[in-house]
Design a protein around this ligand. Structure first.
Ligand code: OAD
Length: 254
C-alpha cells in the first residue's frame, strides 16, 4: 500500500461515518464460489440462470430447494476471512459503519459485523413465497449436500399461511428489497468515506452507489485485485485482495 498518499490515509483515519459496499470478491478468499463461477460436482450440468428465478421455483420447487440446500451446506463449512474480521473490528472503533453487501452468505455476521444490509437477500433466513414471513433454518445435513439433483427435496411450508418457503435471495427478474435499497442509497451519500470491496460493478442498481457517493463529494476507495468499471469513481484505488488489504489498511489507521 505504498501508493496511498498520506492525505488519503488521514481521510481514512479521520472518517467517523463510513459506508462499506462488498461483493463476491469479499468472500472469495473464504472459498465461496462466485455466481459467475462454473458449477461443480452434482450440479455441474445446471446453470444458475435456470435455477434462480421465480418461474423455475414454481415449476419444480423441490429441485430448486435442493440446489439452495447444497449451497447452504457448502457455506456452513466455510469461515469468514481476515477481510471480514477487519471490517467487524473497525466497526467497533468508529461511531458509524454501514455495511452493505451484495453477498447472500452470512460471513460478515459470523465475523461479528452488525446491521448488515443484504441488498440481494440471504441464503438463510429464507421466506414464505406467498406472505414473505421470514424463517431462520437450522443447519443443513450431509444428506442435503450429497442428494442428487433429481432427488427432489420436500419444501417446508409457512407456519402462518402454509405457503411454500423459498430462498431469501433476490432472483433474476425480481426487484431488490425496497427498504434495504433505500437504506443503502441513504448511506451512500450520508457518510465521510465509502469503501468498495470486491465488486465488478456490473449489476444495477447497486453498481450506481459509488457514483452517488462521488456526486455527494464523498471520497470512494476501491479495493479489488482487478480492474473494474467502477475504477473511474475511485478517489483511491487499491489493487489487492480483501483479506490482504483490509487488515493492513486498518492497522495503518488505528
Ligand atoms: P462479481 O463476481 O461480478 O465480481 C467479483 C469482483 O471481485 C471482481 O471485480 C473481482 O475482480 C473481485 N475479486 C475477486 N477476488 C477478490 C478478492 N480476493 N478480493 C477482492 N476482490 C476480489 O460479483 P459482484 O460484483 O458481487 O446478484 O456481483 C454482483 C451481483 O451479480 C451478485 O450479487 C449477484 C450477481 O448476479 C444477485 O444474486 C442478485
Amino acid at each position: 500500500m505504498r501508493e496511498i498518499r498520506p492525505e488519503a490515509l488521514r481521510q481514512l483515519r479521520q472518517a467517523r461515518k463510513v459506508t462499506v459496499l462488498t461483493g463476491a470478491g469479499m468472500s472469495a478468499e473464504s472459498g465461496v464460489p462466485t455466481f459467475r463461477d462454473a458449477q461443480k460436482g452434482l450440479w455441474a450440468n445446471y446453470r444458475p440462470e435456470d435455477l434462480a428465478t421465480p418461474a423455475a421455483f414454481l415449476a419444480r420447487p423441490g429441485f430448486v430447494w435442493r440446489w439452495y440446500e447444497s449451497r447452504r451446506r457448502q457455506l456452513q463449512k466455510l469461515q469468514p476471512n481476515a477481510g471480514h474480521q477487519a471490517l467487524a473490528a473497525w466497526q467497533l472503533k468508529i461511531p458509524k459503519m454501514t455495511l452493505i453487501t451484495q453477498n447472500v452468505d452470512d460471513l460478515h455476521e459470523r465475523a461479528g459485523s452488525t446491521g448488515v444490509i443484504h441488498v440481494h437477500g440471504t441464503l438463510n433466513p429464507v421466506k414464505c413465497f406467498d406472505c414473505g414471513a421470514s424463517y431462520q433454518l437450522p443447519p443443513c445435513s450431509d444428506e442435503a449436500e450429497n442428494a442428487a439433483p433429481d432427488q427432489e427435496a420436500e419444501v417446508p411450508r409457512c407456519n402462518r399461511c402454509k405457503g411454500l418457503l423459498r430462498p431469501g435471495v433476490v432472483w433474476f427478474g425480481e426487484a431488490l428489497p425496497a427498504a434495504a435499497l433505500h437504506k443503502a442509497e441513504q448511506a451512500a451519500t450520508d457518510c465521510d468515506l465509502m469503501l468498495v470491496v470486491g465488486t465488478s460493478g456490473q449489476v444495477y442498481p447497486i453498481a450506481s452507489l459509488p457514483g452517488m457517493a462521488r456526486s455527494a463529494q464523498v471520497p470512494v476507495w476501491i479495493i479489488n485485485p482487478n480492474a473494474s468499471v467502477l475504477d473511474d469513481q475511485a478517489s483511491v484505488l487499491v489493487r489487492g485482495t480483501a483479506a490482504q488489504v483490509l487488515p493492513a489498511l486498518f492497522d495503518r489507521v488505528s
